[in-house]
Design a protein around this ligand. Sequence first.
Ligand code: FUC
Length: 780
Amino acid sequence: MFIRPKTYLLLTGLVFLSLVSTAVRAENPLSLWYDQPAQKWVEALPVGNGRLGAMVFGGVEKERLQLNEDTVWDGHKRDRVNPEALKALPQVQKWLFEGKNKKATELAGQKMMGIPERIKSYQSLADLRLTFHHDAKASNYRRELDLDTGIVRVSYKMGTANFEREVFAGVADDVIVMRISSNQPGRISFEATLDRQKNFETKAVAPDKLILSGWCDPQGVKFEAHVLIINEGGTVTAQGKKVAVKAADAVTLLIAGATNYQKWHKVGGNPKALCRDYLNKAHKKDYASLRGRHIRDHQKLFRRVTLDLERTDVSRLPTDERLEAVKQGGKDPALVALYFQYGRYLLMSSSRPGCLPANLQGLWNRHMKAPWNSDFHTNINLQMNYWPAEVCNLAECHEPLFDFMESLVDSGNRTAKLHYGASGWVVHHLSDVWGFTTPADGVWGVWPMGAAWLCQHPYEHYLYSGDKKFLAERAYPLMRGAARFLLDFLVAVPEGMPMAGRLVTNPSHSPENRFRKADGTVSQFTYAATMDLLIIHDLFTNCLEAIEILGPNGDFDTELCNELKTALARLMPLQISKKDSRLQEWIEDYAEPEPGHRHMSHFYGLHPGDQITLSGTPKLAAAVRKSLEYRLSRGGGRNGWSRAWIINFWSRLREGDKAYEHLLLLLRKSTLSNLFDNCPPFEIDGNFGGTAGIAEMLLQSHAGELHLLPALPSAWPKGSVRGLRTRGGFEVDISWNNGQLSRVVIRSLLGRVCKLRYGTNTVEFKTQKGKTYRPDGELL
Ligand code: FUC
């Protein structure tokens, strides 16, 4: 086996004392690297092209590529509506208004849940295992993921021979490519197999080809994985379920995966033919050309943004040791830059046009029954996955989310009609690839706000791109349908109650949180949770804006426009506690059994919404701040995604040092050695929320102006960021020194007026599309 070089980081307090080893070799600031193979799945390194992905372990004698294809989902299409739901609704609503929460909960549990109320899991496709015949011990081992090329590389030495492996997932060729080479001829010998935990068959169908075929559900997904092994020199032979390579000079493996899944209601594809086709096409190109095409595709997106934060001695260590050093109090701002770029890499690798959106684990999942089924949770997680998409200049990676939303509309219409007697479309707190839109997992799944929250995303895509065709043809129809549902769903508070006549949601939840009533009973189920009001305000005001853009003469969708305005005027106002001035999470100032709860749903108006801003609504901003401080003082932020959200909150409150404190906590407490987010267990939302939070510290554009360095922490006195994007269509480069802005470059993509803020200084100027501006003189 390889010999692990001893790399010990000795820290006395914060003073870095000594460093031994090969560690100092790492100079690529965009590389995650390690001096040992992955022992566990959460140490392996991910590659992906949106649809097809692998976790690469890099073992010297035993290599493992755990493979994923994004449509390998258990279950099948079925009608999930509950025919009794609508009948139960009025009674549930009545009891909730009367404070009979327990009775309402029982009835909703019996009558309002989807049938069945559980969904099935996203699953692993297969494992490709290579067993090498090595005759010596390895030294100089190194395993790395180079974010700039999107290639995982493993290298080691045996005697005088150097060995190298490269793995990438090409977008254009839609296969995973692995190249194994040595600087000495005839040194590569290994056996390859494919397997999986269940429901599969595997065989070598030719001397150089392995196939695994499997299924998730007899009525659902069937899939195949094909591996073509192309040897240069030596021999390749089939031996039962194995392919054996002997004494080759170099070997290229082409790995294809496909399923019969076509749409949420259609499984007519032919995985065998698809895999063959992928391999035939890829086989026509040599390794250099496949690699070149991959790097070109990758860099086209990846290189749009750079972030430079200062490197320290710690920055030269392997990534796991850097993380450990930060856990021990070491300073490594450049690790934050790496984490940020890794977030962009992960989004590019798990969400490309034409594929499914990034799920709870992005694309990478080794389980047959994953934690939370590795599904699409719509009460924070799926949305968080896409927070970095626009600002981090990866707008096309946002597209799978819009396709997915459109795929839910038919089913969402049916659920709206049969569960609520409403028009429009509804999604509850989670979904799958089979059009699941009904309440799941228990009464707290009766949260009909998922579609409305998701609708923020296509509208944001419009705000960044200014693409009116997209707004008219895709964003607005989705938004309109979700708003239509809510207009029908909103009910007036009955006469005799405080706030009678105000419009509220009923039933309602503040996602996953509970409250204690004056009589001591604990419930989750209520009416008018604050988050609902914030989401509704967000959606309705966005719809009104869109109506104005699409019909500047006031002649577009006038009926809906009037309904939205009337409803907004009657919507229940937000409540600030008379006891302690916090923004209330519920309509009543309930006590909280878990005051440090991971969800902070009532801060939605601060982020990701924009109803609450420091300058626009200072009183509400102060109330949110109080609630946030209270949440944190009671242990809030324990989960990765929850911590990531806190970074965004503090950034919006322009508290750079506090945002940074939580960014450090995200790294220290919720990050695995391969920099995957640890919810726990691994969940990718925290990576994306953290990445968005870093962008939010450097640039904001939600309040009608481009705010430069709104939450720059004192820990980053010097740095630069290039290529972030803003609402209104600008691309921005910012440099700073001694904690002060030193340079700003604005590229105008739409020719709009640019309003800039730095601290208390502001400047406003007209721009021309395609032109670049350097207004720093006016801001400093
Ligand atoms: C929600 C969260 C959990 C987890 C799950 C996927 O239920 O409260 O922490 O993220 O989604």
